[in-house]
Structures are given as structure tokens and as C-alpha cells.
Write a protein that binds this ligand. Structure first.
Ligand code: CP
Length: 309
């Protein structure tokens, strides 16, 4: 399978066979991601890291991935310190990064920005999140986490919880889980329900998601609880945010009713939706999940630049 030069814009651009290939390839990267081995496959290569929105995990794990592969990183995490501040367009910024590097990772507040960037670059574009749109590399690391912990994705009962309206991670994940034949349960405040477009995508793949507001009941036989933050920054109205924030909270009291094998995942950052007391339980997988960003992004960088190990 050849991924050289390929853009990673949406998980929907990939077949199940291609996703399986990436997940298998990511396994080979785990020990290098931990610093237990040394590879220099991307020595001499440069990654442009263009973050127009805040990030901790995605940016640092991409940068760690590139460094672990022997490559180098240029870029910015504060767009106000770039010529965007002087009025430069996104397309011109992308043309510059295209001239200076071998791949571009971009996070942008506007949905569709990564797809637009791909039109102006010859080198691969990796979408690190575009507004409320998609977050394909997060989706791949989420799948990698589930498959590593549960050995399969098919028939896993997965609850997607929280901000399903604006949450780009759950949009990508709902599609991908449907592709693998997982069972989906959506739990959210009424005003933050999964968009119809995403529900229809799941149905087209043969998955009929169930919706409920009763989290306590849903976790009794769930295999995965995937929580998301209610994203204040995506709300057009602060009052609307205040009405829904804190609707759901995962704590040890709630988990008393859970299936013993339940894993709790979260793309992070969390705010109030997971009590820190959960961190010490065997259910907590979110920090391991965040680490998995490194091997998965190493695999992607290696594949799109055509420098496989
Ligand atoms: N999961 C995730 O996208 O985290 P960051 O916003 O910190 O990159």
C-alpha cells in the first residue's frame, strides 16, 4: 500500500483496509515513540507545524513524532506572531510552508481549512483539526487505542458522550466506528446532539446509533465510554454554554455501575467532565490514549513522506 504524497484531511478519505494498514504500521512505532529504539528515517526532512488554534497533545505529539523519526520541525503555535497579522491569506501561508518543508500539519478554527490548504500545497497536508469539522489523526489514535486494549472494534459497545454537535473528534470517530461495525450510543445534552449528517453517515455504513440521556444505564454493558469536553469556544452564545456545562460528570460513583472492562477515553483536554479520582482506576485510558498519538503520527509522517521502516 502506498501513501506517499497523500493528504490526511478526513478519515472518510480512507478505506477500512487502508486504516488497518496504518494501525498495524503504528504498532511498529510504539517502542521508538517511547524512546526505546532509534531511527533516523526522516533525517533531512522538515515538517511545518502550523497551529492557528491552541493545542497541547496534537502539536506536541506531531513534533515528538517528527523528532523521534530524526526529522526537524518549523512552524508556529501563535498565529498573531506571523504575517497573518499583516493580512496574509491562508493560501499564501501554505505556499510558503510548501516551499520550506516536506509535509505540513495544520490546525485551524475554520472547517474546510485543511482541504483548502491541500489545494495550495504539493506536499502532504495533515489535518490537525479544522473547526467543528474533522480530526482524522485523533480518530486514528482513538481506533489504535481501542484495538490495542480490546483486540477488536467490531461489536464493541461505544458510548460517545458530551458535545456531539461541535466535537470534531466524535464526528470522525462515529464514522470510523461504523465502518468497523461497532455499536454506537450517543449521550449528550439535547442542544448538543450529533449532527444529522454524521448520523446518516453511520446509517449508510449499516450502523443504527441509539441516543439516550441516561448515562448510568448505558454504562452497565458498555465497552468504551468516550467522553468529550463541552467546548466553550465553539458556542455562539455564552448563556447557552452555561446551561449545558456540567450536565455529565464521570466519577467513581458513576463507575460503580459500569461493566468492569469498561475503558474511559477522552481526547483531552478535560475540564470538569472527568473527576481526577477516575485517573487512579483501571477504567482510565485517556493518558495512554494521548501517548498513542506519537506512534500513530510517526506512522503517518513516515507513510506520507514515503520513508517507511
Ligand atoms: N486531543 C486534542 O486534539 O488535544 P489538543 O487540543 O491539546 O491538541
Amino acid at each position: 500500500m502506498n501513501f506517499r504524497g497523500r493528504d490526511i484531511i478526513s478519515i472518510k478519505d480512507f478505506s477500512k483496509e487502508e486504516i488497518n494498514y496504518i494501525l498495524n504500521y503504528s504498532k511498529k512505532m510504539v517502542s521508538y515513540a517511547k524512546g526505546e529504539g532509534h531511527i533516523e528515517k526522516l533525517k533531512g526532512k522538515v515538517l511545518s507545524s502550523l497551529f492557528f488554534e491552541p493545542s497541547t497533545r496534537t502539536r506536541l505529539s506531531f513534533e515528538s513524532a517528527m523528532n523521534r523519526l530524526g526529522g526537524r520541525v518549523i512552524g508556529f503555535a501563535d498565529p498573531t506572531a506571523t504575517s497573518q497579522k499583516k493580512g496574509e491569506s491562508l493560501s499564501d501561508t501554505i505556499r510558503m510552508a510548501d516551499a520550506y518543508s516536506d509535509a505540513i500539519v495544520i490546525r485551524h478554527p475554520q472547517e474546510g481549512a485543511a482541504r483548502l490548504a491541500a489545494e495550495f500545497a504539493d506536499i502532504p497536508i495533515l489535518n490537525a483539526g479544522d473547526g467543528a469539522g474533522r480530526h482524522p489523526t485523533q480518530c486514528l489514535l482513538d481506533l489504535f487505542t481501542i484495538i490495542t486494549e480490546k483486540k477488536k472494534i467490531e461489536k464493541q459497545k461505544v458510548i460517545l458522550l458530551g458535545d456531539l454537535k461541535y466535537g470534531r473528534t466524535v464526528h470522525s470517530l462515529a464514522y470510523a466506528l461504523s465502518l468497523y461495525g461497532a455499536e454506537l450510543i450517543f449521550v449528550s445534552p439535547e442542544t448538543l446532539k450529533m449532527p444529522k449528517e454524521v448520523v446518516n453517515e453511520c446509517k449508510e455504513l449499516g450502523t443504527e446509533p441509539h441516543s439516550t440521556s441516561n448515562l448510568e444505564k448505558a454504562i452497565k454493558d458498555a465497552d468504551v465510554l468516550y467522553a468529550t469536553r463541552i467546548q466553550k469556544e465553539r458556542f455562539p452564545d455564552a448563556e447557552e454554554y452555561n446551561r449545558v456545562v456540567g450536565t455529565y460528570k464521570i466519577d467513581n460513583h458513576l463507575l460503580k455501575n459500569a461493566n468492569d472492562k469498561l475503558i474511559v477515553m477522552h481526547p483531552l483536554p478535560r475540564v470538569t467532565e472527568i473527576d481526577p479520582e477516575v485517573d487512579r482506576t483501571h477504567h482510565a485510558l485517556y493518558f495512554k490514549q494521548a501517548f498513542n498519538g506519537v506512534p500513530v503520527r510517526m506512522a503517518l509522517l513516515s507513510l506520507v513522506t514515503g520513508e517507511k521502516i
